[in-house]
Design a protein around this ligand. Sequence first.
Ligand code: UFG
Length: 326
Amino acid sequence: MDSRRILVTGGAGYIGSQTVRLLLEQGHDVTVVDNLSKGYRHNVPAGRLFELNIADTAALAGLMRRMRPQAVIHFAAFIAVGESMREPARYFTNNLGGSLSLLTAMVETGVRHMVFSSTAAVYGDPPSSPILETFPIKAVNPYGESKVMVETLLRWFDEIHRLTSVSLRYFNASGADPAGHLGEEHDPETHLIPLLFRAILTGQPITVFGADYPTPDGTCVRDYIHVDDLAQAHILSLEYLLNGGASDQFNVGTGAGHTVLEMIKVVEEVTGKKVPYVIGPRREGDSPSLVADPSKLRSRLAWQPRYGDLKTIIEHAWKFASSHSK
Ligand code: UFG
């Protein structure tokens, strides 16, 4: 792909920073917008970060006029399912309101393409597995609903303003930069893999949220996708849109599901250490099983995961976690 000017919101976060790294490696000119409410300055190469809240439409439009991006990759959002069940307004304000502000600035300044960070949570409790993009959209928590709403905004901005977009419905982003520099460091951490490592490192048991689901061992099934393969899906989506591709939605997952207890086993294998855990009640808003059918992304955008193997994902994540633990 030719060198492009790309604006990335949320580029200081876990998935955003990996995508920025890949974009730069592939020769693109990248500007990052992040208010550092969740992301980290150290995740963004010097000189590329603009500390802005995406709710500030005028500031975003000003930046877009100066840098003239050809497309936007929009990551900036709150992501914790459990928290969204307690504080829905924050999720709608930040995720929906922020996206609307960003789209308004794009229309005002003539930026015509967006790759949007959507989620498997748009499917809620799917009727069967693996999940196809044509399955009913029915979120079961405000986090997922906020992403459904942005996908709806995107449909209307295409219809009315001819702004084309790709919504990437991520399954469980995991792993770390293979070189071990960038990885998952949410605060507070709610995600399974870093919490399994924390349990090993501190000796404090992790709580497995529910062992009475209708799954092989009673714990929830998820599709863990390496963050580098996820980042690559954004770059392929950009190329697709910039070559005139129509708006579309794609699942980004591996197609393989793993229960929480299986994850514990693989983490123990990779680290050579026991994970202390207790079984607790279900977490509100959790779906029993979310596994992707990624064939649309493979066939339409020629996406090929490089790190599909769960052991590799955990190895990369462990390399990062064990060298960055506080
Ligand atoms: N889990 C535990 N104990 C914990 C943390 C997690 O048992 O302390 C379980 C959860 O119940 C779930 C699985 O581990 O079954 C994975 O949980 P995560 O919190 O790591 O991830 P989620 O599946 O809840 O959510 C992630 C992203 C969302 C995205 C979703 C789509 O955080 O943004 O995947 O699958 F929407």
